[in-house]
Design a protein around this ligand. Structure first.
Ligand code: PBG
Length: 399
């Protein structure tokens, strides 16, 4: 049968969702062609299976649910479409990353992420304040330390870059939630997320765990509100939970990068955080993009180990994973729209190939619709500005 054009009446096929809303009995019937329908029903009447009265009342029920009575476009008109929107974005959904660089005096733009900056320690509180004033509830901090070594010692010192940044933001900004990324890759000379066995060119899991515990405790001592381990070491959440609890930080939540994929979309971040690696890739600890059952296992383990918030990363290429995780566990769930997702939109917008504002809005909306309760995004400030303008009725985005 020929396909219906959008505006043409649809006399032969009935969409089951329309029927369901209006008539449960009719909903259970599969759409069938009118000719088949005629043959079947006349046979049924002749055979005495159904009376002509029943047939007529059934027909009325079915026809009454059909076009043109049902017009899905009625609710898509300006204004009305907002009333029926199932997903709404708000600045409250956003977590804004900040890169703090101990080695610079002025903000430095990141080449691979135009519009994003590394901030010096004494500029970070101002940036945090700007973010807070836009109604964004939280930031996540990444540090670029002055010194690196084999065992990431600069990651847990009391005067490390993150520890100093947290203190300065805490004293200069009221009420902003400070999340800290807990990982070793920015602090190791080899750039991997754990202790390395060079002979075997591999990252050692268990020797890394106590170091992650130390890093998390040092962040909490400095005043971090949430710690976010991103290294994908087995047992990292338990190691961090134990270390925090022993130190008295029983109320510091853990946001675990539970389903973190080994993704090329982190490319631009490696320049931003100076965390490129000396050999191999991160495939022995980050997840294979082919898998999503495995993501559920990762999340389940993290929950059992004490994670308070779970995360999927990257976001847009993994919306199916996000949806499965949110549906299966109903945990507070974060999604990270990563550097490569940012760079793609920026690059296409710079070429004039995408409307930047629309692309930002639609991508974030899609991530939320798929199940994210919060989104880590480099677009946080722009998105918050856009959303505030929308509330004031000065739309910059129309979807
Ligand atoms: C550190 C870390 C990475 C990102 C967040 N934390 C890089 C990586 O795992 O290689 C990626 C963030 C982004 O691309 O925006 N482990």
């Amino acid at each position: 049968m020929a396909r219906q054009s959008r505006d043409a009446p649809a006399p032969y096929h009935i969409h089951s969702s329309h029927l369901k809303r209006h008539n449960d009995r009719a909903a259970s019937k599969k759409p069938i062609a009118a000719v088949d329908c005629f043959v079947i029903t006349t046979t049924m009447v002749r055979a005495g299976i159904i009376t002509i009265e029943e047939l007529i009342s059934d027909a009325i029920a079915v026809v009454s649910t059909m076009f043109p009575k049902i017009r899905m476009r009625r609710l898509r008109q300006p204004g009305i479409r907002n009333l029926v929107a199932e997903t709404r974005l708000s600045p409250d959904d956003l977590i804004c990353p900040i890169f703090v660089d101990e080695t610079i005096e002025k903000p430095v733009e990141i080449g691979s992420m135009p519009g994003q900056y590394r901030f010096p320690l004494d500029g970070v509180a101002d940036e945090a304040n700007e973010i807070k004033d836009l109604g964004i509830p939280a930031i996540i901090l990444f540090g670029i330390p002055e010194t690196k070594d084999e065992e990431a010692m600069s990651a847990y010192g009391d005067d490390g870059v993150i520890q100093q940044a947290v203190r300065s933001i805490k004293s200069g900004t009221d009420g902003l939630v400070i999340v800290t990324d807990v990982c070793l890759c920015e602090y190791t000379t080899h750039g991997h997320c754990g202790i390395v066995d060079y002979a075997r060119e591999t990252v050692l899991n268990d020797p890394t765990l106590p170091i992650l515990g130390k890093v998390a405790v040092s962040h909490a001592r400095a005043g971090a509100d949430i710690v976010a381990p991103s290294g994908m070491m087995d047992g990292m959440v338990r190691a961090i939970r134990t270390a925090l609890d022993i130190d008295g930080f029983t109320d510091t939540p853990i946001m675990s990068y539970s389903a973190k994929y080994c993704s090329c979309f982190y490319g631009p971040f490696r320049e931003a955080a100076d965390s490129g690696y000396a050999f191999g890739d991160r495939g022995s600890y980050q997840m294979d993009p082919a898998n999503s059952d495995e993501a559920l296992s990762e999340v389940e383990l993290d929950i059992a180990e004490g994670a308070d918030i779970v995360m999927v990363k990257p976001a847009m290429p993994y919306l199916d994973v996000l949806y499965r995780i949110k549906t299966a566990y109903q945990m507070p769930t974060a999604a990270y729209q990563v550097s490569g997702e940012y760079a793609m939109i920026e690059a296409a917008a710079a070429m004039g190939w995408l409307d930047r504002d629309q692309a930002i809005y639609e991508s974030l909306l899609a991530i939320k619709r798929a199940g994210a309760d919060m989104i880590l995004t480099y677009f946080a400030k722009d998105a918050a500005r856009m959303l505030l303008l929308r509330i004031l009725g000065r739309n910059t985005v129309t979807i």
